[in-house]
Design a protein around this ligand. Structure first.
Ligand SMILES: [Zn+2]
Length: 266
């Protein structure tokens, strides 16, 4: 059985949910909504993986965010063991590149550090036959160069989603060419500059997410975001594309099942 809604990227392992994680999960169950909790370093990945044991519609990614924890390196064996121990780990990440906060004079050194982290996670994902959950900020050119070259090497074994997509149609076209999907957050409910790309993409390559506890959609702006609010993101996608809500809603779930091979994890 498939759920009604799918939030493919949330941080239920974040301390923002320490007080009421159980209640948030209960509300998701009530609304027939599944989510993927995302790892950002060793500790958060372990928490995400453990959370998958708490209910049917809970999945996880494990990996290292490019800038969340700059003290840690990427321990391939640790993450490999986690993926094998917890069968509901469905992707590697969130990994990628993020130059948003890097001062110009540090950029070369920082790129080297981030490239190394990203490369190791690509190798692990391909080795485990898992997709990538990609985080990118101010770095699409470099991410695309890396993914396009890896695609030549690995073909269909290299796959994944660009989380929190907030860029142009030109950029989106290049991701489509390597068969990557793009997921949208509550940002589209208040930032019309992304509507053109939501309209442009084939529905088969769009996914719905919240990135909770961040960026709550309208009408919850300013509040803590939770996976439940993905319903507003799905509604907005349908509205922008002028497509029936039930068609879009079903496709968001089908796409998540396809990209993350959810059927094989049930
Ligand atoms: Zn995130």
């Amino acid at each position: 059985m498939k759920p009604r809604l799918f939030d493919i990227h949330s941080h239920l392992n974040d301390s923002a949910f320490d007080q009421d994680q159980g209640e948030v999960i209960a509300r998701m169950k009530e609304r027939d909504l599944w989510t993927i909790t995302v790892g950002t370093d060793r500790e958060m990945s372990k928490k995400a993986a453990e959370l998958t044991l708490k209910g049917e519609g809970l999945f996880a990614t494990i990996g290292m965010h490019p800038t969340d924890n700059t003290k840690e390196g990427f321990d391939t064996k640790y993450y490999n063991d986690l993926a094998i121990t917890y069968p509901k780990v469905v992707a590697i990440g969130e990994c990628g590149l993020d130059y948003f906060r890097t001062p110009h004079e540090k950029l070369q050194e920082e790129k080297k550090r981030q490239f190394d982290l990203f490369e190791k996670q690509i190798e692990l994902a391909v080795g485990l036959d898992l997709p990538l959950m990609i985080h990118c900020r101010d770095a699409h050119q470099d991410i695309l160069d890396i993914l396009e070259s890896k695609k030549k090497e690995y073909g269909d074994r290299l796959r994944g989603d660009i989380h929190f997509f907030a860029d142009t149609i030109e950029t989106a076209k290049r991701y489509l060419d390597i068969d990557f999907t793009m997921s949208f957050t509550g940002v589209i409910t208040f930032a019309p500059e992304y509507h053109e790309v939501v309209k442009y993409l084939p529905l088969s390559h769009i996914m719905s997410e919240t990135d909770a506890p961040y960026v709550a959609p309208v009408p919850y702006r300013g509040k803590r975001c939770e996976p439940l609010y993905v319903e507003e993101v799905v509604k907005k996608i349908a509205e922008i594309r002028k497509e029936p809500i039930d068609v879009v809603q079903k496709m968001m779930v089908d796409n998540a099942f396809r990209v993350f091979c959810i059927d094989s994890k049930l």
